[in-house]
Design a protein around this ligand. Structure first.
Ligand SMILES: [Ca+2]
Ligand SMILES: [Ca+2]
Ligand SMILES: [Ca+2]
Ligand SMILES: [Ca+2]
Length: 231
């Protein structure tokens, strides 16, 4: 009897706790809301979006790439005013190679200002656009990539303190190019890894050994390639 009663009390407490947590959950869910800002027009077909602080004011900005855009409108920086508006002088277009397919950010010349890299499947290259720390990007410096570059990612793959660039090429042949940076905005000839049916790419240390790895989207699977921290 006591045991059954205890179980009933425990059951009741569990049920009350469940109801309480459910209500709390509902309340927490109810508190997390998102409110859209007015639409921000872009020059042409937006392709990819990245973020970073491009004018060094401590507020995270956006950078967008556009497909089929005019020659000087492939890359757009949207500076964050802190009020959710990105219009007027806070929206700035810059040139890159034709029809960029992906974008990544990093400080490739180590001047403290965030820079942008894009890859272009029309020009079979990737472009480095150096930032000036005031929300502007310099003219693109282009580096040859493989056939039909699709994805671009950034990491310090050889752990020398200089950011490196990885480009996944989905053409013929299909492969990944790893460009090791020299810290001055230039790169040595790429290391090439053949990966059949590669598409997009991203970089992180996936096995926790402190060496950067990369993951690629291959057909309907994901492959992780583990690095050893060297070239
Ligand atoms: Ca900013
Ligand atoms: Ca820089
Ligand atoms: Ca490096
Ligand atoms: Ca690793």
């Amino acid at each position: 009897m006591w045991k059954a009663h205890t179980q009933s009390v425990v059951f009741l407490l569990k049920k009350l706790a469940f109801v309480f947590l459910s209500c709390l959950g509902l309340q927490l869910h109810a508190q997390v809301t998102f409110q859209g800002t007015p639409n921000i027009s872009l020059p042409s077909t937006p392709q990819e979006l990245a973020k970073g602080d491009f004018n060094n004011d401590g507020r995270i900005d956006f950078v967008s790439i556009q497909f089929n855009a005019f020659a000087n409108q492939q890359v757009t920086i949207l500076l964050n005013t802190g009020t959710g508006t990105f219009t007027g002088a806070n929206k700035r277009n810059f040139a890159s190679a034709t029809n960029p397919t992906d974008i990544a950010v990093g400080d490739f010349n180590e001047d403290g200002n965030l820079d942008v890299v894009t890859c272009s499947q029309s020009n079979d290259n990737f472009s480095l656009l150096l930032g000036d720390g005031a929300g502007n990007l310099a003219a693109p410096v282009n580096f040859a990539a493989g056939d039909l570059p699709q994805g671009i990612a950034v990491g310090d793959m050889n752990k020398d303190g200089n950011l490196d660039v990885l480009v996944s090429n989905r053409g013929t042949p299909d492969d990944v190019y790893i460009y090791f940076g020299n810290g001055a905005g230039n790169f040595v000839a790429p290391t090439i890894i053949t990966i059949v049916n590669v598409w997009d790419i991203t970089v992180a240390d996936f096995n926790g050994d402190t060496n950067p790895d990369f993951a690629v989207y291959v057909s309907n699977t994901v492959q992780v390639w583990f690095g050893d921290g060297t070239e």
